[in-house]
Design a protein around this ligand. Structure first.
Ligand code: NAD
Length: 360
């Protein structure tokens, strides 16, 4: 296994390998860049086939967090952790406590949060061993109620804000009444996005691998159910991928009739260079994933900073609109795919920390 010469190494500041024989923990923490602040990123638990696969995933994800936080104007760097194992079989309180101790050993350079395979209760167990955990505290909502530390509602709101920006830019409309939107994946984020869209008057088509998730949208939101294959080729305005990565590829881009792609999933482009350009050539406006799905990291950053003002949080999430508008405009001026422009804007911010507007 190569680390320093790994194709995804990209000048990581720290890569920490941790093992605990008693609990069976094998984990990697990667800290990509801390120019703007401590590295915050989720802890993923996944049954990786081998150590190389885990290393590749953690390096790519942690680098992505540097770009996401910089673009969201947060005083945070980029980092991520992976636990090698099946969350349904290998997750035990002992293993989670061992992970907490590993995080503690990074002395605050890395702060963890939820990701695939870990949940608020899991993070609360890690927090017994370390204070470098976010996404666990109850927060106030605008209506005076409280909600759990799960940042998904903020991610969904940010995607809604970003989707509206993309529709305004590409279709020249601010009223979503009758806007046709196809959503792939109606889990924590996708379902909440569907609700925002329904409230704004949009018409919805949804798919999910679980029927009960689809039925919830049909019954509660009047959405139309379609199959996993049909979702790409629908005659709609917007395609919103909210399930899995690599969903924009040679096969799916060719089917798209939507002229806007705006959704929550991470790493949507199967091949950044080829598929970003393919979308641009086809006149499809792509809202770069890490720009539009940053509501969750904004949420956990506010929690970490001890700011429980839901108004301030929402205002920060709403800056996703301006960030995307800047990316869309520059993409047209420079004749570059939107993800290339997003990378450039983010890099300008984290390599010039003195210039960043630290809104939080
Ligand atoms: P989730 O697991 O709650 O929901 C994902 C849904 O997609 C599930 O219902 C699942 O059944 C469905 N799905 C999986 N494969 C599918 C397929 N091939 N076709 C159709 N549906 C499929 O996850 P989530 O928290 O809603 O996150 C959704 C996406 O957004 C993920 O890619 C995640 O990495 C990304 N994201 C989430 C957050 C957050 O705050 N939760 C933040 C940033 C990015």
């Amino acid at each position: 296994m190569n680390v320093f010469s790994h194709p995804d190494f990209d000048e990581h500041e720290k890569v920490l390998f941790g093992h605990d024989a008693e609990s069976g923990l094998s984990a990697i923490i990667a800290v990509h860049n801390t120019n703007l602040g401590p590295a915050l990123g989720g802890c993923r638990m996944w049954p990786y086939e081998n150590d190389d696969e885990a290393l590749r995933d953690v390096l790519r994800l942690s680098r992505g967090m540097t770009y996401k936080s910089a673009l969201a104007n947060l005083p945070l760097g980029g980092g991520k952790a992976v636990i090698i194992g099946n969350p349904r079989e290998h997750k035990t309180p002992e293993l989670l406590r061992a992970m907490g101790r590993l995080i503690e050993s990074a002395c605050g350079h890395y702060i963890t949060a939820e990701d695939s395979g870990t949940s608020v209760p899991d993070l609360k167990i890690m927090a017994e061993e370390t204070s470098f955990v976010a996404g666990i505290h109850e927060k106030h909502c605008l209506d005076g109620q409280t909600r759990s530390g799960d940042p998904s509602p903020s991610t969904a709101y940010g995607v809604f804000v970003g989707l509206k920006a993309a529709v305004q830019h590409r279709l020249g409309r601010t009223d979503l009444t009758g806007l046709k939107v196809a959503i792939q994946g109606v889990g924590n984020v996708g379902f909440r996005l569907a609700k925002h869209l329904k409230d704004a008057g949009a018409e919805l088509w949804v798919t999910d691998i679980y029927d009960d998730m689809v039925q919830r949208c049909v019954n509660e939101l009047g959405a139309a159910a379609v199959t996993a294959e049909e979702i790409f080729g629908l005659d709609v305005d917007v395609f919103a991928p909210c399930a899995l990565g690599s969903v924009l590829n040679d096969d799916t881009i060719a089917q798209l009739k939507a002229t806007v792609v705006a959704g929550a999933a991470n790493n949507q482009l199967e091949n950044d260079d080829r598929h970003g350009e393919q979308l641009r050539q086809r006149g499809i406006l792509y809202a770069p994933d890490y720009a539009i799905n940053s509501g969750g990291i904004i949420d956990v950053c506010y929690e970490r900073l001890g700011n429980d003002d839901p108004d301030a949080l929402n205002r920060h999430i709403e800056t996703i609109h301006d960030t995307l508008m800047e990316i869309f405009t520059r993409s047209e001026q420079e004749q570059q795919p939107t993800h290339v422009v997003a990378d450039a804007v983010a890099k300008e911010r984290f390599t010039n920390p003195e210039k960043i507007h630290q809104a939080a």
